[in-house]
Design a binder for this molecule. Structure first.
Ligand SMILES: [Zn+2]
Length: 57
C-alpha cells in the first residue's frame, strides 16, 4: 500500500518522500508526510487556541 501526502502529493518510498505519481492498481492511502504533518499540527494548535478549545488543558 502506498501512502500519499494529501497536502503536497508526495508519496512514501523506500528513499523517503518523493514527488511521483502513485503506481496504478495498488492501494493508496492518504496521509501526511512528516513535513506537512508538522505544519498540520501547528495549524490545529493555532486553530484550537483561536477557538478556545484549550481552556481546560
Ligand atoms: Zn506533504
Amino acid at each position: 500500500m502506498q501512502i500519499i501526502c494529501c497536502a503536497c502529493q508526495k508519496t512514501k518510498s523506500p528513499n523517503g518522500w518523493t514527488k511521483q505519481t502513485a503506481g496504478s492498481g495498488g492501494q493508496i492511502s492518504h496521509g501526511y508526510c512528516p513535513q506537512c504533518y508538522k505544519q498540520m499540527l501547528k495549524r490545529i494548535d493555532n486553530f484550537s487556541i483561536l477557538n478556545g478549545y484549550r481552556k481546560s488543558a
